[in-house]
Design a protein. Structure first.
Length: 80
């Protein structure tokens, strides 16, 4: 399972920079929303990155819908 925040390598691939200050500048210049960690690392959410890159988010929850329930009809032959 993937983490909710981009890894250091993914962020470097996205921005083209390994230095955190350059990554922050790249993100700010392109109006990306991120939070800085205590160490100054820009934290970018994976879903936000996917939306900015034009990917449609996958629906959350059950990927396999349950089969349709059979129609139920009452048995009136047993009623007096």
């Amino acid at each position: 399972m993937e983490a909710e925040i981009l890894t250091d390598q993914e962020l470097a691939d996205l921005t083209g920079y390994k230095h955190r200050a350059h990554q922050r500048k790249w993100l700010n210049d392109r109006n990306w929303i991120f939070v800085e960690s205590r160490g100054g690392r820009p934290l970018v959410g994976r879903m936000f990155a996917r939306m900015k890159l034009g990917m449609t988010p996958a629906p959350a929850g059950d990927h396999n819908p349950s089969p349709a329930r059979p129609a139920w009809t009452p048995d009136f032959s047993r009623v007096n």
